[in-house]
Design a protein around this ligand. Sequence first.
Ligand code: BGP
Length: 472
Amino acid sequence: MTQFDRNFLWGSASAAYQIEGAIAAEGKGQSVWDVWAHLEGKTHEGTNGDIATDHYNRYIEDVALMKKIGLKAYRFSISWTRILPDGTGELNSDGVAFYNRLINLLIENGIEPLVTLYHWDLPQTLQTQYLGWESRQIVHDFTAYAKTCFMAFGDRVKYWIVMNEPNIFTSLGYIMGIHPPGKQDDALFLKTYHHTVLAHAHTVLAYKEMGFKGQIGSSIAFTPAYASTSSKEDQDALQSYYDIGPWWYLDSYYKGCYPENAVAYYEAQNMELPFDEGDFKIMKTAADVVDFIGINYYQTAMVAYNPIDGVGISSFNTSGKKGTQKESGIPGLYKTIKNPNSDYTDWDWAIDPDGLRYGLLELKKRYGLPILISENGLGAFDVINAEGEISDDYRIQFLSAHIEACKEAVNEGVDLLGYMTWSFTDLLSWLNGFKKRYGFVYIDFESADLKRIPKKSFYWYNKVIETNGEAL
Ligand code: BGP
């Protein structure tokens, strides 16, 4: 069996809004999530990140736990409005100081910081001023923010993730209307997604032009899929799924173009397309120098033909009541259906470790770039037993099978940089509140001191890292 590289990045991931809390502390400005989560009925049971895990005040304790588990890498995001409260303009030195303290502490403890520049918390000022991602102005302002971060932290941070799941925040924000700004408009979705592509491209180019030697890429939510039967209809449906979904998202970032079939489909719909030749030039230049593909992998999909009078887009199961997820799709093209061969989580996400191996191989074939798994994990209702322990064997089983799948992919020639579990501590789920837990460290959200308790999986991951992926 192939061994993981000696420098393989064993890590865990988080995002600012989901852990930091302290949303108005030390000069931080408001983000769109600070506002959205306080609007009636927008989040699960009205949960918000006002306090979250209070990581902003407890990062020392959290990093001590990271050291204890043996993390080689920790992925976190910078909150744009801590650095630039209004998105542009004056720097907030207290915000910069916080990330300096965190980065330095990680490095002192032998943990490589992997920094995400954008994990969805857009400055509210930019939303108010020019509708945020809907305007091309965002490309300029985002790149300026990114450069500020490179100047402040680039001497120590060697891995940068520009965008986190641009495909998710734009489709949830502009097609489904369940993330800010809560719109349902396909043309706006195409436009805002394209602006993320340009922001990514300009940022990658700026990083290289500034002479930094670290590695930079973006993370796309990647859901590989299977056709439900070998019929021509279902095979075509699968092709449409890929062209409109994963290849649309990934080609634009990693090839500098959009899939022709999907462009033709949108043109046939008379949809206004937001790109031109000048954009493609920049996208291609960036695609030539980008260092890695980041993927967040949770599940696969099963795809079938969807008749013209078939289902449209359905929302997610956010209750954790297994079996409540409805079929979802684009009439006339495809729909995603339940996979009869797969197990599911309580939130109806297909548990499919082999889908990770298969997906990694597809990416290798299509893009030939190194890959970072920037998120993978299991959301579950964890419980503390009478002894005060959390026996999350199901999580151990889940992660172990996925790491095994990584090994197989590496054996088949995939250049894998690292594996970040989602997440290190339990944290806030954007739409599922605090009950959907992912961490190695349980957080007692009921207790005043937000007590941290390592779960059984904590000790298991410690051994995995110690043995470089041998003891699964
Ligand atoms: C990804 C996001 C993360 C995290 C994760 C789990 O889409 O990048 O921020 O939330 O999914 O998702 P959920 O919290 O919906 O279970």
